[in-house]
Design a protein around this ligand. Structure first.
Ligand SMILES: C[C@@](CO)(OP(=O)(O)O)[C@H](O)COP(=O)(O)OP(=O)(O)OC[C@H]1O[C@@H](n2ccc(N)nc2=O)[C@H](O)[C@@H]1O
Ligand SMILES: Nc1ncnc2c1ncn2[C@@H]1O[C@H](COP(=O)(O)OP(=O)(O)O)[C@@H](O)[C@H]1O
Length: 284
């Protein structure tokens, strides 16, 4: 039997840092939403006892560094599963981009193992297991739209955005999430208005949504990499209604209701940025 799981990317509509915790992590409050850009994974039992990863993309790790591998390994350990598992990953989400591609693959692995071995775990139970792998994994188990607190693992669902186009551009630079959080200066933060964003979603108000986008990590990543600002400025000049960096970056996204505007922006971005995508927000 082969199990198929789709693993969508996320973008941050808001990301606020509240304070630094004693465990070294930051207490955050953020609204995330899934987008129609997804990896595709399959899971099947094998006769040997190991975990095998097959991917056409050479930059996807094929051992325990892979978050999907970690998801399968954790489920095998928790439920005493002896059988080997083969994972295939059709990687579509750019890596180390602020789009939670690895976390979404890990979440797909938890769902996939649950189905492959009939483990009967609820979404909440899988989210709890996901916490052990990474802060974004619990959200990715169910995806859609949610506000996340704590380290990112305490979730409440929200209505998804009204239909819109999402233009994504990832400059070819590497950003370390650890370094970005390390440069947060709590006293100088301009906090996003998270409650107004939640209301914009409840009211399906696209313009209010665009006006309340905010990410406190954005100025930190911009200070390290001016390419991020260059993309932001370009998207704004093209008239995209809301423009923001996702997560710790470096991917920048722009939102619009108008396909022609989105396509024009994509064509322009391709002149100076290699990784550009045009997708839709996932609606309820
Ligand atoms: C910024 C966000 C927003 O969604 O996403 P991405 O940019 O990765 O998409 C997340 O908070 C990224 O969480 P995640 O990718 O799981 O980070 P982890 O590997 O758990 O942590 C990497 C490092 O970042 C710092 N870290 C992470 C999360 C957090 N709430 N506070 C922190 O201080 C810690 O120093 C940690 O060692
Ligand atoms: N299945 C996977 N897909 C992508 N990256 C992975 C995966 N497993 C582990 N990684 C590693 O995780 C790191 C973060 O990748 P990713 O989750 O794409 O970034 P982000 O959290 O910024 O969106 C990268 O260094 C990558 O090598």
């Amino acid at each position: 039997m082969m199990i198929f799981e789709k693993a969508p990317a996320k973008i941050n509509l808001t990301l606020d840092v509240l304070h630094k915790r004693d465990d070294g992590y930051h207490e955050i409050e953020m609204i995330m939403t899934s987008i129609d850009l997804a990896d595709r994974l399959t899971f099947e039992k094998t006769d040997n006892q190991g975990i095998t990863i097959v991917s056409e993309k050479r930059y996807v790790p094929n051992d325990q560094r892979n978050l999907a591998y970690q998801g399968v390994a954790l489920m095998r350990e928790k439920f005493g599963i002896q059988s080997g598992v083969k994972i295939t990953i059709d990687k579509q989400i750019p890596v180390a981009a602020g789009l939670a591609g690895g976390s979404s693959d890990a979440a797909a692995a938890l769902r996939g193992m649950n189905r492959l071995f009939n483990l009967g775990q609820t979404t909440e139970q899988l989210q709890q297991i996901g916490e052990e792998i990474g802060s974004d994994v619990p959200f990715c188990v169910s995806g859609k739209t949610a506000i996340a607190r704590g380290r990112g693992e305490k979730l409440s669902t929200l209505p998804s955005p009204p239909p819109c186009w999402v233009v994504l551009a990832k400059p070819s630079i590497g950003v370390s999430t650890k370094d970005v959080y390390g440069n947060v200066n709590i006293d100088q933060i301009e906090h996003p208005d998270t409650e107004s964003m939640a209301n914009a979603l409840r009211n399906k108000d696209f313009h209010s949504l665009c006006n309340h986008l905010g990410n406190v990590l954005e100025p930190i990543t911009v200070a390290m990499h001016q390419e991020v600002d260059q993309i932001k400025t370009f998207m704004q000049k093209q008239g995209l209604e809301g423009v923001l960096m996702s997560g710790s970056g470096p991917t920048v996204y722009g939102l619009t209701e108008h396909l022609s505007k989105a396509e024009r922006t994509v064509n322009g971005l391709r002149g100076f940025c290699q990784e550009v995508y045009l997708v839709r927000a996932l609606t309820d």
